[in-house]
Design a protein around this ligand. Structure first.
Ligand code: NAD
Ligand code: DAU
Length: 353
């Protein structure tokens, strides 16, 4: 283990974005040990990492970031040198139904990790705690303007309030205890392995199965979409080269109203499925709006581009086509992650050997 240059604890590595970060690190940094620490909630699936889980520099630990003993054991067993923290409850609609899980994982879990990192590294130089956060902490934009790193925090949903709180704790551990932290706040991601409760994978799944496409309110809310693999590259760049104590906004200058996006997806899928033009759009169904629905998010990523040279690698049209192709080729993935059969996979992989 001591042969590895870094031993990085990636929390939430079995989730959507976390699995892309783990894959990138395992494949491109064979001199790092990547320890995926995940509670495997409904959103965490080891299916997401089948292609890398046999590599020498990958380990999986089933654990809860809220549980001090779980976190302590992972830090000690693998002599962790750095943390990239993605584990969270991530779905806004669920936070509206039940905020407590969001407070526990996103706030208490983050503070528990910070405390263990502080105790483990004890002021020693060179250990990074990278906290992955969201643009939703900045609140909601009107027709104009972009979120910058100095935009005041104004979270409006239980989810964004919990993420804003966790961001403040990360800053507090830097300012109070000198923990070497970095932060990134990203816009909406899309891509493969996205749990089919979020807008894009849900719509793909429903179009494919001829089910209604539930568009909240009038569909006029705007989101700024980024391909998940570009987000993973940004996280890895910030982890290595970002300035200590700084936060970086990540986004692709790619704004769409929900209804424009759903229509575009319908047209793309009509083509892919050999349906006549306009057939899938007939499935669109306007439903009751989300409570407190933020109108518009849009990111100014100039700081990240100027300081670290990061830019999105593909256009939205290319990324969406790749995403649709992935879901069409991996239809059984949706069945597995929604049916619980991944538990059998987990038992076979990690408990019976
Ligand atoms: P996700 O819901 O797909 O995955 C979350 C992962 O965290 C899952 O694997 C889950 O099992 C794990 N987890 C949850 N609670 C845990 C706990 N108590 N202990 C250990 N593991 C736990 O989320 P995602 O969309 O991949 O988001 C990852 C991170 O990125 C989150 O912090 C989120 O706030 C942030 N983010 C997401 C987006 C987006 O568009 N999805 C955009 C910006 C930022
Ligand atoms: O901005 C970053 C955030 O993006 C992340 O921090 C969150 O973890 C992530 O879930 C995402 O939050 P959103 O609420 O923007 O994503 P969601 O996919 O849930 O919804 C996108 C938009 O689509 C939003 O305006 C609500 C709308 N919507 C969503 C669903 C699930 C619908 O109209 N119908 C739906 O069925």
């Amino acid at each position: 283990m001591e042969d590895f240059q870094k031993r990085i604890l990636v929390t939430g590595g079995a989730g959507f974005i976390g699995s892309h970060v783990v894959r990138l690190l395992v494949n491109e940094y064979p001199h790092y040990l990547i320890v995926n620490f995940d509670r495997l909630t409904y959103a965490g699936n080891l299916e997401n990492l089948r292609d890398v889980d046999q590599k020498d520099n990958y380990r999986f630990v089933k654990g809860d970031i809220v549980n001090a003993a779980d976190v302590q054991a992972a830090f000690e067993s693998y002599d962790i040198t750095d943390v990239i923290h993605l584990a969270a409850e991530s779905h806004v609609d669920r936070s509206i139904e039940g905020p407590m899980d969001f407070v526990m994982t996103n706030v208490v879990g983050t503070v528990n990790l910070l405390q263990h990192a502080k105790e483990k590294w004890n002021g020693e130089e060179g250990h990074i705690f990278h906290h992955v956060s969201t643009d939703e902490v900045y609140g909601s934009l009107g027709e104009e303007g972009l979120f910058r790193e100095d935009t005041p925090y104004d979270p409006r949903s239980p989810y964004s309030a919990s993420k804003a709180s966790s961001d403040h704790f990360v800053s507090a551990y830097h300012h109070t205890y000198g923990l070497l932290v970095k932060m990134s706040n990203c816009s909406n991601n899309y891509g493969s392995h996205h749990f089919p409760e979020k807008l894009i994978p849900l719509m793909i799944h429903n179009i494919l199965n001829n089910k209604p496409l539930p568009v909240y309110g009038k569909g006029e809310n705007v989101r700024d979409w980024l391909w998940v693999e570009d987000h993973a590259k940004a996280i890895v760049a910030i982890f290595h080269k970002g300035r200590i104590g700084e936060s970086y906004n990540v986004g692709g200058l790619n704004e769409w109203t929900n209804i424009e996006l759903v229509r575009f997806l319908c047209q793309l899928m009509d083509r892919k499925l050999g349906r006549s033009v306009g057939e899938s759009e007939k499935l669109i169904s306007y439903v009751t709006d989300r409570k407190g629905h933020d109108l518009r998010y849009a990111i100014d990523a100039t700081k990240l581009q100027n300081e670290l040279g990061w830019t999105p690698s593909i256009t939205f049209e290319e990324g969406l086509e790749k995403t649709v192709d992935w879901y069409l080729a991996n239809n059984e993935w949706v069945d597995k992650v929604t049916s619980g059969t991944y538990q059998t996979y987990y038992t076979n992989m990690y408990e019976n050997r």
